[in-house]
Design a binder for this molecule. Structure first.
Ligand code: RIB
Length: 315
């Protein structure tokens, strides 16, 4: 039986205001549109993988407000298993987002229920994690919770892909527990303590015992480097050597880049689980992300498998 991808992470309602330009501190600008649309890095990655037809289960929490109900329904409609998503007292996570015409965005995440996903809740769902083919993590739930998930995965031999966003100090000893780390440029600079050329940054992450790294560089593409082999799909591929290559991005006209990185991670996870090598998997993920930026909304923009295959066939 196919082992599911399990996503442990945030579920937010995105409150998106569209503007010509993002206002500076103290400035007021007139917006051109507003929408509430499901988001949250965890839920976005879960929906991205589920739309591609892969079995996905989510561990997380929403509030007992109207957003909570809508977020749960949206996940479930996308095909994500939600029996480990609890409704808890208080508000759901929300993310006020400013989206400029250029595609640039700025996001504030207010955790709400996501902040209540604690280690006890993880232990309650431990069998789900142990039975996963791969676990996807981000940093919008408490850090101690993410550390606990990584520990369980390390003991059970389940590969973990960490999207280290938003950037935050990681606990000691977690680097070697990651099969994949997928920072963007700003996050890579945060974790390395300085801005570093992409290829050198990848080497440095690998030297910290991360097994595989994908440096997401938006329109430039992704730099994929992997080091040590672990058995089973989803793990990095080279044995005792490093293979590192750029996977170029597809050239599309973006209308909304919110959730594009999440789309990449969800699709990358699916492609690895299906046995593609990491560079092929990154090309597949890059096609999915390219489609997603041509549409509005985070979860609303995630493509189906037929759409990704159709896109790849003509690019
Ligand atoms: O990565 C994009 C996501 O970041 C948004 O959907 C928002 O909810 C925040 O979590």
């Amino acid at each position: 039986m196919t082992k599911p991808i399990v996503v442990v992470g945030s579920i937010n309602m995105d409150l998106v205001a569209r503007t010509h330009t993002i206002p500076r501190p103290g400035e007021t600008v007139i917006g051109t549109g507003f929408e509430t649309t499901p988001g949250g890095k965890g839920a976005n990655q879960a929906v991205a993988a589920a739309r591609l037809g892969y079995p996905v289960k989510m561990i997380g929490m929403v509030g007992e407000d109207v957003f909570g109900q809508a977020l749960l329904e949206n996940l479930s409609d996308a095909g994500v298993g939600v029996w480990a998503v609890d409704r808890v007292e208080g508000p759901s996570g929300v993310a006020p987002i400013l989206l400029a015409e250029s595609g640039e965005n700025s996001i504030v995440v207010v955790p709400g229920a996501n902040g209540k996903v604690d280690c006890a809740y993880i232990d309650k769902n431990i069998e789900l994690i142990r039975g996963a083919g791969m676990v996807l993590l981000q940093l919008e739930i408490p850090m101690a919770t993410n550390a606990r998930v990584m520990e369980i995965c390390a003991d059970a031999g389940v590969p973990v892909m960490l999207d280290p966003a938003p950037a935050a100090g990681l606990p000691e000893g977690v680097w070697s527990k990651m099969a994949w780390l997928t920072p963007n440029e700003t996050e890579a600079a945060f974790y390395l303590g300085r801005s570093t050329e992409t290829e050198a940054a990848a080497k440095e992450f690998l030297s910290r015992s991360v097994q595989g790294v994908v440096l997401k560089r938006g329109a430039e593409g992704a730099y994929v480097a992997s080091q040590v082999r672990k058995d089973g799909p989803g793990a990095p591929s080279a044995v005792g050597e490093t293979r590192a290559e750029w996977v170029p991005a597809f050239n599309v006209e973006p209308v909304d880049t919110v959730g594009a990185g999440d789309c990449f991670n969800g699709a990358f996870g699916v492609a690895l689980m299906e046995g593609r090598d990491p560079w092929e998997a990154a090309r597949f993920a890059s096609a999915a992300a390219a489609i997603s930026v041509t549409r509005r909304g985070a979860q609303a923009s995630m493509p189906t498998r037929a759409e990704v295959e159709g896109f790849l066939a003509c690019h």
